[in-house]
Design a binder for this molecule. Structure first.
Ligand code: AMP
Ligand code: ZN
Length: 120
């Protein structure tokens, strides 16, 4: 991915260590860090290091890393003590979802009763 996007994208810059964050997981494919404005006692963002604007940009080659996000979410849920009571993993994609940051990310949320997933 071109360096231009990596320099301008907030979450690329967090993944590259240029903007500080509270990192809770890091490997060659993924970074997970605390959301700066949490909606629940536990609110972690899990991102691929590779810049994708959102799931609309996913291709077949991204299947392993996207699959790994679910696995790492399950490990973090256990590590952070929310696995037994339950949690949610969600990725907003595009305008109707309210996506604000155009670098693919999954919200791992828990630590309280989360209520309905969406308004009906
Ligand atoms: P979304 O609306 O799905 O794009 O979610 C973007 C999330 O990024 C929000 O929950 C924000 O609170 C979070 N966020 C924005 N800037 C930062 C930052 N610098 N560090 C951590 N989380 C952030
Ligand atoms: Zn990015």
């Amino acid at each position: 991915m071109g360096n231009d996007i990596r320099k301008e994208c907030l979450f690329c810059r967090i993944a590259d260590g240029e903007i500080p964050s509270t990192i809770v997981w890091e490997d060659e494919d993924l970074v997970a860090f605390k959301d700066i404005n949490p909606v629940a006692p536990t609110h972690i963002l899990i991102i691929p290091r590779k810049h994708l604007a959102g799931l609309n940009d996913m291709t077949e080659e991204d299947i392993p890393v996207i699959g790994k996000i679910s696995y790492v979410a399950s490990l973090l849920a256990k590590q952070l003590g929310i696995a037994d009571d339950g949690w949610r993993l969600v990725s907003n994609c595009g305008k109707n979802s309210g996506q604000e940051v155009p670098h693919l990310h999954y919200h791992l949320i828990g630590g309280k009763f989360l209520g309905p997933f969406s308004d009906r």
